[in-house]
Design a protein around this ligand. Structure first.
Ligand SMILES: *Cc1c(COP(=O)(O)O)cnc(C)c1O
Length: 384
């Protein structure tokens, strides 16, 4: 068997992206031009929303989704305790307070039971994160949101093409926020997209991502003349990034098939390890986008993660951790709000004992089985 290193993730770019970038760089328009608009349109079609707005990152999308819906000081926003810190930071950017909610032990998704307990009159929005690509229990969350008078923002950074009752993630909340960081499902180097059916929200996000100009470049009767009607940012995506994104969209079906297949092979090869929790890619109406295979070691800490990761590394298998600490226990949040260990037991267990194994389209024939064998051996050694 070949022993080439298998990284956790690797962007797959080839001559097509390089040619597309070269075409943009040889032309006159480097930002807010036709390539970005084409990318937005194609992405909206794929996800199934009326609008999509390209941005510099998913984090920018999360921020503006809250900002344009008037989240501000005095408001609370529910955030799962187990997520990328960007989800919580977006709330802080608005001067509102994140209200952390623990997650389910079988999916890592926000726990609807705990979410119900977090509803108060200050709760203005609910951020759901489709953890590692599996959509949250949206029927219950949307019902709760409606009762609470809160709107829902979906963090779809790892959930491109995930579905819930047949509808794609990104169509279920008021907005969906996607990431095109290099090792997500597809890349624009850095970049993000917000999807929404709400025209006012789409227009407001488009305005706030570009300084708060009252009219876009193409709408100006006199060149260079505009007013500024809101405090805006510079969160734009460049034409170069959009060109990469368009090329990647053309390959996405093949990428997703490879992820699903690698996940299936790896999961069935690990089925015999009964002390390891492997999150299911299907749950109720939810179907995962297979971002990675998530293996969680026992709660009793009988298997040490550091040792498993070290053995895998020795075997040439890259891993990741999603995420290394419950967000409320990250120093910034702990210092600011005084959170303590033990308040988010499931998120804390995941932070300590979860390992993400690669399933991306960069895997070669036989790699999924090699990862499975290396993982089994690593667990055996870490237990001994
Ligand atoms: C990667 C990620 C983000 C941040 O995305 P950027 O495009 O890097 O801003 C946010 N949320 C989740 C769940 C992520 O995995």
């Amino acid at each position: 068997m070949s022993n080439h290193p298998i990284p956790f993730g690797r962007p797959l770019l080839d001559a097509e992206e390089i040619e597309a970038v070269t075409r943009v760089l040889s032309g006159p328009t480097l930002v807010h031009g036709p390539v970005s608009h084409a990318f937005e349109q194609r992405f909206a079609e794929r996800i199934g929303t009326r609008h999509a707005v390209a941005l510099s990152s998913c984090t920018a999308g999360l921020h503006l989704s809250l900002l344009v819906n008037d989240v501000g000081p005095g408001d609370a926003v529910a955030v799962p305790a187990m997520t990328h810190v960007a989800t919580a930071h977006a709330v802080e950017f608005c001067g509102a307070r994140p209200r952390f909610v623990d997650v389910e032990a079988d999916s890592g998704n926000i726990d609807p039971e705990d979410l119900a307990a977090a509803v108060t009159p200050e709760l203005k929005a609910i951020m759901v994160v489709h953890y590692l690509g599996l959509p949250c229990d949206m029927d219950r969350i949307l019902a709760l949101a409606e009762k609470a008078g809160a709107f829902v923002v979906e963090d779809c950074a790892l959930a491109v093409d995930a579905t819930y009752g047949g509808a794609k993630a990104g169509t279920l909340g008021l907005t969906g926020c996607f990431s095109f960081y290099p090792i997500k499902h597809m890349t624009t180097v850095e970049g993000g997209m917000v999807t929404t059916d709400d025209e006012d929200v789409a227009t407001a996000i488009a305005q706030r991502k570009a300084f708060g100009y009252d009219r876009a470049l193409g709408q100006r009767a006199k060149p260079g003349i505009y007013d500024v009607t809101a405090l805006g940012y510079n969160y734009r995506m460049s034409e170069v990034q959009a060109a990469v994104g368009l090329a990647q969209l053309g390959k996405l079906d093949a990428f997703q098939r490879a992820r699903a297949e690698n996940h299936r092979i790896l999961k069935s090869a690990l089925a015999e390890l009964d002390e390891i929790t492997v999150f299911e890619p299907l749950k109720g109406k939810a179907v995962s986008s297979h971002y990675c295979l998530n293996a969680v070691l026992p709660r009793d800490r009988s298997v040490a993660r550091d040792r498993v990761v070290a053995s895998l590394k020795e075997a040439g298998v890259g891993t990741s951790v999603h995420y290394p600490r419950a967000v409320p226990l990250m120093t910034y949040y702990r210092d600011k709000y005084g959170y303590r260990e033990g308040q988010f037991p499931v998120a804390e267990w995941l932070a300590e004992q979860t390992i993400s194994l690669p399933v991306g389209p960069h895997l070669k024939e036989g790699d999924a089985l090699r990862i499975a064998e290396a993982f089994k051996e690593a667990v055996r050694r870490a237990r001994a």
